[in-house]
Design a protein around this ligand. Structure first.
Ligand SMILES: Nc1nc2c(ncn2[C@@H]2O[C@H](COP(=O)(O)OP(=O)(O)O)[C@@H](O)[C@H]2O)c(=O)[nH]1
Ligand SMILES: [Mg+2]
Length: 234
């Protein structure tokens, strides 16, 4: 009895979230913005990747960030140093951003800036491999990060994140020589879950592999700008 009630509640919750996500995506589409939802475990390197990305891409793309954190503006302050608008959202006890929170962020962005001037919005989600994968926020693509320090079993243990990802970055590749980790095994485990997702090995520390990531980002933005009628996942 309880189980049925809980399942119905969860379906309603996800349904309401989905409606909000579609509404957010419609705003992004109206403004010609591509939105990426960046997700990982805490500490896998989302903010470090965004720092590198802002440093490299703000020359040719106009970018804003919606920065989710349970508390603090520590990450938001790191990214503000790159001269882009960063809207900070504190989720409190919630383990993920939902579409309503991101809607608040979008409206703040639209209030303070001309949203049509932006090409790209990164949403840095709250760090974990479970809840963020279930709650769309209006993104056009989900970007997942897995640090090679996390172990090769994580794609098998947290399959939803790896099923949903449109791009997967294997981060902290510079640490490979110091770890007892088989990167090929990580890739093989991802492939059991998702046969087609691009897998990009990168290091935000050395910069290795980042050109491939920048290329992927630029390609998605240009694809969307050349086909403005596209909606939903790229
Ligand atoms: N060695 C190494 N450390 C990294 C790399 N990327 C991030 N880090 C470090 O990992 C820690 C967590 O990074 P952060 O970007 O804050 O992770 P987030 O919680 O996913 O946003 C910080 O101490 C970073 O300096 C990397 O490519 N190589
Ligand atoms: Mg962060």
């Amino acid at each position: 009895m309880h189980q049925t009630f809980d399942a119905a509640l969860e379906i309603n919750l996800l349904h309401a979230n989905q409606e909000g996500a579609d509404h957010n995506r419609a705003h992004f589409d109206d403004w010609g913005i591509t939105c990426f939802n960046v997700m990982s475990s805490p500490g896998a390197g989302k903010t470090a990747l965004l720092e590198r990305t802002l440093a490299a891409l703000t020359h040719d793309l106009t970018i804003a960030v919606i920065e989710g954190d349970m508390t603090t503006e520590l990450d938001a302050d790191r990214l503000r140093q790159y001269g882009v608008p960063v809207i900070a959202i504190n989720t409190g006890r919630s383990c993920h951003l939902d579409s309503k929170m991101v809607s608040g962020g979008i409206h703040r962005l639209a209030h303070e800036y001309n949203p049509a001037e932006f090409d790209l919005v990164f949403v840095e989600n709250v760090g974990n491999l479970v809840c963020p994968a279930e709650f769309e926020v209006g993104e056009h693509a989900k970007v997942a990060l897995l640090s090679i320090t996390e172990g090769d079993d994580k794609p098998l243990k947290y399959p939803v994140m790896f099923q949903e990802a449109d791009c997967l970055l294997l981060t902290k590749m510079d640490l490979a020589p110091h770890l007892d980790i088989d990167v090929e095994q990580i890739v093989a485990n991802v492939r059991q879950i998702n046969t087609h997702v691009p897998i990009l090995p990168v290091s935000a520390k050395t910069g290795a592999g980042l050109e491939d990531w920048f290329h992927w980002v630029r390609a998605q933005v240009h694809l969307r700008q050349s086909q403005p009628s596209l909606s939903g996942v790229l």
